[in-house]
Design a protein around this ligand. Structure first.
Ligand code: KE4
Length: 430
């Protein structure tokens, strides 16, 4: 496959951009080789600057649940562009999307829009500390909540990909207030809370971990977390930046029937434009400026373009049967991958929740813990990644990211992917 233009652009990018990329996980450090540069997206496909076409399972890391340039999203953006780009003041559409989010996620009575998932989680942590007047917080090893100082501790996603789960530049005083627990470990939860529960402002958790690859909660994990937080006056924050409107219309909180105190959102609600949001009960959210004493602000919060794209996206995904169809497509893909890996004698397993999934080069029947993720065969993954790429299938360039299928993926794309996987599995052990 010819990647000459990508290569030239990467060399040029390295002269002006740290690592040649605007976000670390794009740099291919987790798979080797040089990052691709893209110029277009169409439905389920990405087209790179050398005119190579790929079935895309990254979907801009989750936002593009409808695929690239869905007509309803493009039309909404065109219509908004005719009116204006940014006003730095309130618009009717912001009220409409806030109302829609509150209707779709009943645990949210008030919601504030921001411009990234990181801003959402950073604001939610500050709010939880302000509301509880406590300083200590809990996160889980392998979970990633954006590059918030106090959360860049044993984090997942790009920091795990680069093998640097803790970041330079974060004062020890910050991370001393952050406690890390093992994901899916109920006993560790109970023992931690029995000792320090009354001192904890909040626990932030990915209800389906998507930044240590895709690891769903084991039965009892979220339920125990909810019960312990309620008992100790600790706020439970569901970081649904990735799972919100990805795993179900009501997010992971509807799939597992757990009502968090605060929810953070992003990705899908912006339709591919920069967005984030955090929300919760009126009692807690009323503490947010301007009415409350917890300050939070943003120049382009509630961007008319992001809101227009998000509203169009929410309309389409609210249509009956949307998620059932998406979920069965993902299952068809994963069953096919597992069958082909078995035939090739490659240890391989998958996880799936709704329209997000994980593929593991693991001997485990199902990967349920971070320690198992870290035991996966990284060499097999890297070979698989590059073989799939050469066959025109674009996967997340990291063994620690989830995969995303979109409404634009059809039988043709799934068959193409399975044919590519058959070839990849057959060469992995060679
Ligand atoms: P952003 O600040 O990147 O918009 O969102 C941070 C964030 C927060 N919470 C969760 C659960 C997330 O998955 C993310 C960001 N996800 C990564 C991909 N796993 C973004 C990709 C990247 O960093 O380039």
């Amino acid at each position: 496959m010819n990647n000459e233009n990508s290569r030239n652009l990467y060399d040029l990018a390295l002269q002006y951009i740290p690592g040649g990329v605007n976000s670390p996980v794009r740099a291919f450090k987790g798979v080797g080789g040089n990052p691709l540069f893209f110029k277009a997206g169409e439905g389920a496909y990405l087209i790179d600057v050398d005119d190579n076409r790929y079935v895309d399972y990254v979907g801009a890391w989750g936002p593009l649940i409808l695929g690239h340039r869905h007509e309803r999203v493009v039309l909404a953006l065109r219509e908004q562009l005719e009116q204006g780009i940014a006003y730095g003041a309130s618009t009717e559409a912001e009220v409409t999307i806030a109302k829609k989010i509150c209707e779709l996620m009943p645990s949210i009575e008030r919601v504030r829009l921001v411009t990234s998932g990181t801003e959402a989680t950073m604001s939610a942590i500050r709010l939880a500390r302000g509301y509880t007047k406590r300083d200590k917080i809990v996160k889980f090893e392998g979970c990633y909540h954006g590059h918030v100082d106090s959360l860049l501790v044993k984090a997942g996603s790009g920091s795990l990909t680069l093998g640097e789960p803790d970041s330079l530049g974060v004062p020890k005083a910050f991370t001393d207030l952050t406690y890390i627990l093992p994901y899916n470990d109920v006993a560790a939860l109970e023992s931690f809370f029995s000792g320090q529960g009354e001192e904890i402002a909040c626990v932030i958790v990915e209800p389906v971990a998507g930044n240590m690859n895709c690891v769903p909660p084991v039965p009892g994990f979220l339920e125990t977390l909810r019960e312990l937080c309620s008992r100790h006056g600790t706020l439970l924050i569901f970081d649904e930046v990735m799972t919100g409107f990805r795993v179900a219309l009501g997010g992971a909180q509807s799939v597992y029937a757990i009502s968090p105190d605060l929810t953070t959102l992003g990705k899908v609600i912006g339709g591919g434009l920069p967005v984030g949001a955090f929300g919760g009960s009126k009692e807690i959210m009323d503490l947010i400026a301007p009415d409350g004493a917890v300050y939070q602000a943003g120049t382009l919060s509630g961007s008319p373009l992001a809101v227009a794209a998000g509203l169009a996206m929410l309309e389409v995904i609210s249509e009956p049967g949307f998620y059932t169809k998406l979920e069965s497509k993902a299952k068809l893909l994963l069953d096919g991958l597992e069958q082909r890996a078995r035939t090739a004698g490659v240890p391989f397993s998958t996880n799936q929740v709704g329209a997000m999934f994980g593929c593991f080069f693991s001997v485990e029947e199902k990967v349920t813990h971070f320690s198992q993720v870290m035991q996966c065969n990284l060499d097999h993954f890297q070979r698989y990644f590059h073989s799939m790429l050469n066959s025109g299938v674009y996967l997340a360039p990291s063994a620690y990211e989830a995969g995303f299928i979109s409404a634009a993926h059809g039988d043709e794309e799934i068959q193409k992917t399975l044919n590519a996987a058959e070839k990849a599995f057959s060469t992995i052990n060679k």
